[in-house]
Design a protein around this ligand. Structure first.
Ligand code: AMP
Length: 419
């Protein structure tokens, strides 16, 4: 594996996997260019070091060629931030892609059309008839895997070196994120974004300043079990929020009214609480809640103890006493990792807890030299909306990828470059 700072790009063509999977509005304009801006340092580095570049990405989840998922829509935004006019290959496998990449001159940039127009990118069969037999599925799977090899080899043939800067898809073993790396045994490296993400996560997980606090929120405990279990070996304290807290509270015998609860996870919640106690880790649940009589923005609201939510009422956010307790924990922390909202933050009446966390993290970063790492779409949206994105130590660009990293899994996109 090479390092982007030491690699000699002079006269070389770099194929760079970025995550330009950005939201577009009805007019097909980019509405949030965060992911594009995040990749710019890597792209500029290649160009300023005498190289040329082929950029590849996916956009959305097309099932075939679909104009609304064309990467041509993002060209003006990339050009604006990169300061270079792009060449565009309207088919990542077509003759134009090969021709344009072959003739690239130093300083030129070629953008390939959406990789996911091809099923080969993900390596999953498409268009299987409903009710296909297991045998048919097996054959289709084998066929697409075979075709994926050709697809990957063709992408690799466009370039002299490979850069993976797409943290958001690093947890997928796709052609452009992992498989392609083996074609560049001595000429593969991470981009700056990928490196920054890995460093931030490693700083928190391997060498945290203590106390190390994790805040986990969101809808379901079942999607975060592996994260909770892995983090119990690393953190000093864990704050649990979101809807998943009610599974814990019920498991402890609390009355949670009509709050979201995963009945089939109650036993697991008990096991996790016992494990935390055994390890001496403080698991901080809600003590009080903002409860509502309906899952609606204009519902009637009351504050009540988290273990005494009236029948028919739902816990929607952390209550004021809970937030006070969190403030003490967070203002004492030296490392904080946050993934998942504290409540139904999409509705202003239930956004206080999530906003308070964002505010406390900004404060802890500034006042206590606390290392604060925020990931997951909702938490990132909260810190961004509140103008705190630059006031925490690191905002991750990858939701699913970050969660898998936190589970202790070596992500395929990272492994393939390191190998
Ligand atoms: P996740 O995708 O698992 O991180 O879950 C995020 C979602 O959890 C957000 O849409 C929140 O509105 C939702 N959520 C958070 N707290 C609650 C709650 N108390 N009841 C229902 N949904 C919640």
């Amino acid at each position: 594996m090479q390092h982007i700072d030491n690699y000699d790009f002079t006269g070389k063509r770099a194929i760079v996997r970025v995550d330009f999977n950005v939201p577009l509005n009805a007019q097909l304009e980019v509405t949030d260019d965060t992911r594009i801006r995040a990749a710019i340092p890597t792209l500029k580095k290649v160009l300023s070091s005498g190289g040329s570049m082929i950029i590849m990405s996916h956009l959305g989840r097309p099932k075939a060629t679909e104009d609304k998922y064309s990467l041509k829509h993002i060209i003006p935004t990339v050009e604006k931030h990169l300061g270079v006019q792009l060449l565009f290959a309207p088919d990542c496998m077509g003759p134009q892609a090969a021709e344009l990449s072959k003739n690239l001159q130093a300083g030129q940039v070629l953008l390939l059309e959406n990789l996911r127009y091809y099923a080969e990118e993900e390596g999953k069969p498409r268009g299987l008839p409903e009710g296909a037999s297991d045998e048919e599925k097996k054959v289709a799977k084998a066929l697409i895997k075979e075709k994926q090899k050709e697809f990957t080899a063709r992408l690799a043939s466009y370039a002299d070196c490979y850069i993976n800067d797409a943290f958001g898809t690093a947890h997928r073993a796709h052609a452009s994120t992992a498989l392609i790396a083996k074609y560049f045994a001595n000429d593969k490296m991470f981009g700056y974004l990928m490196e920054g993400e890995i460093n931030a996560l490693e700083q928190a997980l391997q060498n945290p300043k203590r106390p190390f606090v994790a805040i986990l929120g969101g809808a379901k405990i079942s999607t975060k079990i592996a994260v909770v279990e892995n983090l119990l070996d690393k953190v000093d304290q864990m704050i649990v929020g979101g809807a998943m807290v009610f599974t814990f509270i019920k498991a402890k015998g609390g009355a949670i009214g009509a709050s979201l609860c995963e009945e089939d996870q109650l036993e697991l919640a008990r096991t996790i609480m016992a494990k935390a106690q055994e390890k001496g880790i403080l698991l901080s649940l809600f003590t009080d809640v903002v409860a509502a009589d309906a899952f609606a923005p204009d519902a009637n609201v009351q504050i009540c103890p988290a273990t005494e939510i009236p029948n028919g009422w739902l816990g929607m956010d952390a209550g004021p006493k809970t937030l006070e307790a969190w403030e003490k924990i967070l203002m004492n922390a030296k490392t904080v990792l946050w993934n998942g909202p504290a409540g139904v933050f999409e509705m202003p009446a239930f956004a206080k807890g999530t906003h308070k966390i964002a505010e406390l993290l900004a404060q802890a970063t500034a006042q206590n030299d606390c290392f604060t790492l925020v990931g997951g779409g909702d938490s990132v949206a909260a810190v961004t909306q509140m103008g705190f994105a630059n006031k925490v130590s690191y905002v991750s660009t990858g939701g699913g990828a970050m969660l898998e990293y936190l589970e202790g899994i070596e992500l395929p996109g990272i492994k393939a470059v390191k190998e």
